[in-house]
Design a protein around this ligand. Structure first.
Ligand SMILES: Cc1cc2nc3c(=O)[nH]c(=O)nc-3n(C[C@H](O)[C@H](O)[C@H](O)COP(=O)(O)OP(=O)(O)OC[C@H]3O[C@@H](n4cnc5c(N)ncnc54)[C@H](O)[C@@H]3O)c2cc1C
Length: 293
């Protein structure tokens, strides 16, 4: 591994300024679970690593009781989310996703921000944040801007972030009552495995507890970037949700996906899993809604 200098700024502004001084040869690092692998393999050779870990405001996990908005700092680790009772009880789709990432060691240091910005199609953390209509707050040399998490990704390993921009946090708008959400990572093994396919479903129903007011069907490893199955979502909105319509939504989502063969799995198998798991996650959402009503 090539030698590098390690810098530890304590504010976002300082980090951006340091990156500016060493532009072409600097790289941000958070938990390092992706960066260190790339350094060791020689896929990147920065002269400077700029650690974001000492920027305290980026480690905050906070729900505003007055507005209901959830704020997840980019440095919040998967383990912090997994252990949070608030996440377990109110945002099960986040819990489902982060509690199956890598191993305990990976979850202890890997951050939600690093998971998003690494931008692989299999990023488990991306799916729940898209389903929950998350908004990413970015900070760069020209100041702050916001972008929906669903619009962050351009292609594998590439996001819309401009040079030197930092992801500060993701905010989740308040959830409507009668909402249920669930995620499943389908892989060949239970642990230390990237998903063959990742499926997240979020449903909100009206007071009658059956008519769909909002639907989100989000897929990982189904396209070059995490995606929403918009046609399948549209099918559900305004309709009474039961197993039959969820089976139909699963078929549409599978058709909308752009799955392909890879070393880890075949396209036909991925499609089949989307078909089956959309129904299964939809039913789980309904169960959660009914249990909480
Ligand atoms: C053994 C192993 C198993 C894994 N299993 C899984 C898995 O099951 N599911 C899964 O989704 N991932 C998995 N990963 C990938 C990885 O752990 C996650 O993507 C993790 O969340 C990355 O976070 P990090 O803080 O370690 O990122 P880092 O490695 O520090 O950074 C990743 C990238 O994001 C950039 N970056 C980080 N934070 C910011 C920020 N705030 N603003 C701007 N740029 C930033 C860095 O410059 C770098 O390009 C695994 C990795 C390993 C090594």
């Amino acid at each position: 591994m090539k030698a590098f200098k390690y810098l530890s700024p304590t504010t976002v502004e300082e980090a951006i300024a340091l990156h500016g001084q060493h532009s072409e040869t600097a790289k941000y690092i958070a938990g390092g679970t992706d960066v260190i692998v790339k350094l060791k393999e020689g896929w990147m050779e920065p002269d400077y690593l700029i650690s974001l870990k000492k920027i305290e405001e980026m480690s905050e996990l906070h729900k505003n009781d007055a507005t209901g908005e959830l704020s997840i700092g980019a440095l919040v680790t998967h383990a912090t989310l997994e252990k949070s009772l608030m996440i377990q009880n109110e945002y099960p789709i986040i819990y489902d996703a982060v509690s199956n990432i890598g191993s305990l060691q990976v979850r202890n240091v890997g951050t939600i921000g690093g998971n998003l910005i690494n931008a692989v199609p299999s990023a488990d953390g991306a799916i729940p944040l898209i389903a929950l209509d998350g908004v990413a707050l970015l900070h760069g040399p020209e100041g702050e801007r916001s972008i929906e998490v669903k619009d962050l990704f351009v292609q594998p390993y590439k996001t819309v972030l401009k040079p030197r921009e930092i992801l500060k946090k993701v905010t989740i708008p308040p959830q409507t009552s009668h909402t249920g959400s669930a995620y499943i990572k389908f892989g060949r093994r239970a642990a230390m495995e990237l998903p063959l396919i990742g499926i997240g479903v979020l449903l909100t129903v009206n007071d009658d507890l059956v008519t769909c007011a909002k639907a989100r069907i989000c897929l990982g490893v189904a396209a070059p970037t995490p995606m929403r199955a918009f046609d399948a979502e549209s099918l559900l909105v305004g309709k009474k949700i039961d197993e039959k319509i969820l089976i139909e939504a699963g078929k549409i989502a599978a058709d909308e996906s752009k799955v392909r063969d890879s070393v880890r799995g075949k396209a036909w198998h991925r499609k089949e899993m989307i078909r089956v798991m959309v129904r299964r996650m939809g039913l789980k959402c309904l169960q959660i809604i009914r249990n909480n009503s």
